[in-house]
Design a protein around this ligand. Sequence first.
Ligand code: C5P
Length: 252
Amino acid sequence: MSDKEKLYEGKAKILYKGPRPDTIIQYFKDDATAFNNVKKGTIAGKGIINNKITELVMTRLSQIGIPTHFIERLSDREQLIYEVEIIPLEVIVRNTVAGTMTKTFGIEEGTRLPRPIIEFSLKDDDLGDPLIPENHVLVLGIAEEYEVIEIMEMTSKINDFLRGFFAGIGIELIDFKLEFGRLDDGNDGHFLVLADEFSPDNCRLWDFETGEKMDKDRFRRDLGGEVEAYQEVARRLGVSLELEDPKAEDEE
Ligand code: C5P
């Protein structure tokens, strides 16, 4: 697959030029990073799992009326997506206190919030993805006011749906990160779509019965068993991990 034109290589994914001008091929790697690239490693088979979980989640979300950049899964590690202009915000939803919120506010991990919090971080590795208030987003021209409203509405709807979706398989959705992009409407305008991915790399998932962590925190905190945890999330979601191409186990 080396004949594809590489557009960008990120920490967990590579973007290649797609077969049509408005499309991109998103390739999922096994590389894992944490703490803004300070910790690096690999989780064997993660790219395959995240590709397939993202396919399922994006498909379900589009069925409930959330527009997404997802077109179709192409192979074990690749999916075809629409090219969008990414809004440089990490949209984070918190249902239960964990991670940064524990550290910043000194609240015990696992404290359930009376209602979900949606917060924004500026997507900028050099600055360490700082938390950014909505006012700054507007004044700095990162997004328009109507876009922020739409992002909040879509994010709320996504959270309501996904909490129930994961609860149905015995998993508590603690928090997660979303990214949105502007998709050209072919008429000199654009509309917002959910972009990037949804996988155990960018959410916290705890087993309802045991409290066991089933997400990237296993890697971040050296808990071990990350491959098994990702596989278990896929198994419960009914995502088949049978390879279409045995060579997919080896990364490009
Ligand atoms: O680290 P923090 O507690 O702010 O993370 C909140 C949620 O957002 C977690 O599920 C984490 O995996 C996700 N996140 C992410 N990418 C980032 C920052 C956070 O996927 N750069």
